[in-house]
Design a protein around this ligand. Structure first.
Ligand SMILES: [Zn+2]
Length: 121
């Protein structure tokens, strides 16, 4: 960790006092380690949510509505968490686009699994 008197916000360029966790100007999370952790989490969550959503959709479609509903709810929850972690992590560019697409697909599949599971009850 670099010891500087000021921490420049990577989002808006505002100089914050050392140790500030949120930018005084734009509320950006300035803690690099936390942002990196959130970024890594969002990658895991995107994969898990996508897997849950896909399994939920397949199970609901093949008659396992209750299991599909539960997995769909879990996939939806993880997809939401992924989007939140992604936004807070400040991940940008192609990685962000990919993760956004994955989380969106995961949530759509999860909703499908949830709804289809409901109708199959
Ligand atoms: Zn800022």
């Amino acid at each position: 960790m670099v010891n500087t008197a000021l921490m420049r916000c990577p989002n808006c360029g505002h100089d914050n006092p050392e140790g500030t966790l949120f930018c005084e100007e734009c509320d950006w999370r300035t803690d690099q380690a936390v942002r990196m952790k959130l970024g890594i989490n969002s990658v895991y969550m995107a994969y898990i949510a996508l897997a849950l959503g896909a399994v939920a959709a397949i199970l609901s479609y093949t008659g396992y509505g209750i299991v599909g509903m539960i997995l769909g709810a879990a996939g939806l929850f993880l997809g939401t968490y992924c989007l939140k972690a992604l936004r807070l992590s400040g991940v940008k560019g192609g990685v962000k686009t990919t993760l956004l697409a994955m989380a969106t697909a995961a949530m759509l599949l999860s909703v499908f699994g949830l709804m289809y599971g409901l109708t199959a009850l």
